[in-house]
Design a protein around this ligand. Structure first.
Ligand code: ASP
Length: 315
């Protein structure tokens, strides 16, 4: 491994009121994703490849609200959002309200690398996927029993927001990853099925550059989760980087940005952060957030406020 800088990765599996019966699966899923991304970083791979691979594994894990496991909108369809960004030239790609795609984060990366655009939505995003030879998958292969159950239960968006974020919740968690590689390049990615029973065409914060994710090699990388409408109002991920630019550590920037979102718009959610030197930060003001980090072969993870389980990982 190139030892110029110790690479680091942080993962989130969504900030919500995650119920006990999904707690273990959520903790496991974020650890697996962290290990997948870290292996890439440890062998000298790029932060961009690491966050993409980590988010793909979370999209494939049905416990999370992204890819397989996505929530259903008000008419029972799946519309997914994803973003990816790299911090060297500030290139970004995102897709919104895309359907029948197994890994939206891969499509977001293709938008970044193969088009002159940053964001493609709906029909246009699906047409581009077809052009890129991405296989269309059936809705049934993306929908889990639990997502269908939630949809039947919560048809009204406002009820969903209150109940999922604040008091109770079913396990539908947006996913995200931030990383710095041994060359000092940072990257971030976020992917989601959104919020159960959302309006058709509703786009949350996740694919909005600066809200659901942002990165810059000069400062670091951030990925957000939570109530998208409030995250957008404070451009949460860009706000984290602004605070680092003002001299705060990644952890202090995570703490302050979540406080700021609550003070300004009563927003609930969470954020993960990595600084360009590999310092890690995370915070959330929901009941729980599944998170994991890996740096210097040390894996840390947690779910409840104050949790920090530690173990060794040799890639
Ligand atoms: N931020 C996502 C959205 O509003 C949901 C989440 O993070 O759980 O679409």
């Amino acid at each position: 491994m190139d030892t110029k800088l110790q690479p680091a990765i942080v993962i989130h599996g969504g900030a919500w009121a995650i119920p006990d019966n999904f707690a273990e699966a959520s903790k496991l899923g974020v650890q697996i994703a962290a290990k997948i991304g870290y292996k890439i970083l440890h062998s000298g791979g790029s932060a961009l490849d690491a966050v993409e691979a980590a988010v793909c594994s979370l999209e494939d894990d049905p416990v999370f609200d992204a890819g397989r496991g996505s929530t259903l909108n008000e008419i029972g369809e799946v519309e997914m959002d994803a973003v990816i960004m790299e911090g060297s030239e500030l290139r970004a790609g995102s897709v919104a309200a895309v359907q029948n795609i197994r890994n939206p984060v891969k499509l977001a990366r293709l938008v970044m690398e193969r088009t002159d655009h940053c964001v493609l939505v709906g029909k246009g995003a699906n047409m581009f996927a077809e052009e890129m030879g991405i296989e269309e998958v059936s809705v049934d292969s993306l929908v889990t029993d639990s997502a269908r159950h939630d949809w039947e239960h919560y048809k009204k968006f406002k009820v969903t927001v209150n109940e999922f974020f604040c008091s109770r919740g079913d396990p539908h968690d947006t996913v995200g990853a931030v990383a710095v590689d041994c060359h000092g390049n940072v990257a971030c990615a976020t992917s989601t099925g959104g919020i159960t029973a959302k309006r058709v065409g509703r786009v949350g914060d996740s694919p909005i550059i600066g809200s659901g994710a942002y990165c810059d090699n000069n400062y670091g990388a951030a990925s957000a989760t939570g109530h998208g409408e409030n995250i957008m109002k404070v451009t949460l991920s860009r706000h984290v980087l602004y605070l680092i630019q003002q001299g705060l550590t990644p952890q202090a920037a995570a703490d302050k940005s979540i406080e700021y979102m609550f003070e300004r718009v009563k927003g609930t959610g969470g954020v993960i952060v990595v600084g360009n030197k590999g310092d890690i930060g995370y915070n959330f003001n929901t009941k729980r957030m599944a998170w994991a980090s890996l740096k210097c072969n040390t894996l840390k993870y947690g779910l409840n406020p104050g949790d920090e389980f530690v173990s060794d990982f040799n890639p």
